[in-house]
Design a protein around this ligand. Structure first.
Ligand code: PLP
Length: 444
């Protein structure tokens, strides 16, 4: 009997006891190849010596100091490093303990910005369906899965949801990708006008949709058109790169590939690579200036802001990524990985779509390839794949996103950047075995 309040209350997962490189081991001695970096967290794999050394040194020097009294050298160094490598225009870093805290902080920064500049009537957020931004109440409100919001709907911040960029299901046959992107930006504009152009705080979107969407990569020009719509109405653009940022798609920020700079960008997961809970919001100068010239105070805060050991871990992770040329590796090996997946499962009758960038790939499973009909959610295909893959020694991140208004089945692959081509090939082959075994049984 466990006293840990596990999320799934009817079953207890295996006990992890050790991890190194691409592999985790459980108490029964079983080994697992990490194909998802946890939940797209681990970028350097497990027990990287340089990160462990940086953490140990920080613990010996200064394990904790509260931000009401002090800043720390390591927090300042991390912020400098993040701004040095951030998209042009970002000026300040707000350091928190994870993704939901980062999103929550960004939503409040955006709201307070408008209060400071004399537009307090802006109270509404616009976000996208099939998105995930975290589980705290603000982040949940902008999140795009109705079934997640449902129990909490009466107590959520006001938010409207527009279509995600989801070409596999929503681009029309007679539409180019560019025309599709413009149509979506038009839908955003209509949603802003429906609320009242001066009532909207921000449009919130993952640059590359993650867990609940099975990796949704934007079509060319979509984010440029979105940025133009936001600028037209003075609406802020918040990009959530908690999952897709920090090198996961082959550039440090996924928005670099879209040619847009958001007003606020959230990061977490890959920032600390799993070594410590850490997240951040990067803000453009105008946001920080409005607060510094106005109230002089951001009305927010958490006890573990800028925790020194978390900052030391994040700084070491970022330094190793650059020192070891891992962004270029992710770009090159990511192309090869996509091809391996297409070779292994591209023709499988229950694989509807394979999409991704860098080391961030999604596989969408369908009951019928022709009609794209999802499996009956009662079949729990995604949960069965997770179980089957674990039995084969593979950790992947299957998820029930929302397909046609109900839960569908996706598998998310986000290996650590250190994965060798042999590791990637093994991931593709083991996943193919699992998909085949589970979907055949589900279709029978
Ligand atoms: N935003 C995105 C895009 C995410 O994928 C997640 C987590 O999966 C979050 C926010 C929430 O992060 P956390 O689980 O660290 O609170």
């Amino acid at each position: 009997m466990t006293h840990v309040f596990h999320r799934h209350l009817r079953n207890t997962p295996p006990v992890a006891v050790a991890a190194s490189g691409m592999t985790l081991r459980d108490a029964a001695g079983r080994e697992y190849l990490d194909a998802s970096g946890g939940a797209a967290v681990s970028s350097l794999g497990h027990a990287h010596p340089d990160v462990l050394a940086a953490m140990h040194a920080q613990i010996d020097r200064l394990p904790y100091a509260h931000t009401s009294f002090f800043t720390t050298e390591v927090a300042e160094q991390l912020a400098d490093e993040l701004i040095r490598t951030a998209p042009e225009g970002m000026s300040h870093v707000y350091l928190v303990s994870g993704g939901s805290e980062a999103v929550e902080s960004a939503l409040k920064m955006a709201r307070q910005y408008f209060v400071e500049i004399g537009q307090p009537q802006r109270t509404h957020f616009i976000a996208r369906r099939q998105s995930y931004h975290g589980n705290t109440l603000g982040a949940l409100a902008v999140g795009g899965n109705e079934w997640r919001r449902a129990p909490f709907a009466p107590i959520l911040t006001p938010a409207t949801h527009v279509a995600p960029c989801y070409p596999y299901r929503e681009q029309r046959a007679d539409e180019t990708p560019e025309a599709y992107g413009l149509r979506l930006a038009g839908e955003l504009e209509a949603a802003i006008l429906a609320q009242g152009a001066d009532r909207v705080i921000a449009f919130v979107a993952e640059t590359v949709g993650g867990a609940t969407a099975g990796v949704l990569t934007p079509v060319p020009g979509y984010f440029k058109a979105v940025r133009a719509v936001c600028d037209k109405y003075g609406v802020l653009l918040i990009l959530d790169e908690v999952m897709c940022g920090m090198g996961r798609t082959g550039t440090l920020y996924a928005c670099e590939q879209e040619g847009v700079v958001p007003d606020l960008v959230t990061i977490a997961k890959g920032l600390g690579g799993g070594y410590q809970p850490v997240g951040a919001v990067l803000a453009q100068k105008k946001i920080v200036e409005a607060m510094s010239k106005g109230s002089g105070f951001f009305q927010h805060g958490h006890t573990y802001l800028g925790h020194p050991v978390a900052c030391a871990a994040a700084l070491a992770v970022q330094q190793v990524i650059h020192r070891d040329g891992l962004l270029a590796k992710v770009r090159d090996d990511g192309i090869a990985f996509g091809q391996m997946l297409r070779d292994e499962i591209g023709n499988h009758p229950h694989v509807g779509d394979i999409r991704g960038r860098g080391f961030f790939w999604g596989v969408e499973l369908v009951a019928d390839r022709g009609s794209k009909a999802p499996f009956d959610p009662a079949r729990a295909v995604n949960a069965l794949i997770k179980k089957d893959a674990m039995a084969r020694g593979l950790l992947c991140y299957p998820f029930g996103g929302t397909v046609d208004g109900r839960q569908g089945d996706h598998v998310l692959l986000a290996p650590p950047f250190i994965a060798s081509r042999q590791d990637l090939q093994k991931i593709a082959a083991l996943l193919a075995e699992s998909i085949d075994a589970v979907t055949r049984a589900a279709a029978a």
